[in-house]
Write a protein that binds this ligand. Sequence first.
Ligand code: FES
Length: 66
Amino acid sequence: MYVCICNALKCSQFREAAASGAQDVTSAFKACGAKPRCGRCFEDAASVIEQAMPTLAALPAAVPAE
Ligand code: FES
């Protein structure tokens, strides 16, 4: 499904950007090689990014110091 009509960016592209470290709409656009235009997609894009970001629970546990 398209999230950003101006740049023809799909949900999957925003999810991939988030998985690659994008934490907000601006950095996701940059990761997709696109520039924000009208702004109508920002709320939906932010929602997709938030849902796709790796959670702290998914990070490996700290290694105990010796
Ligand atoms: S719909 Fe995304 S910038 Fe216009």
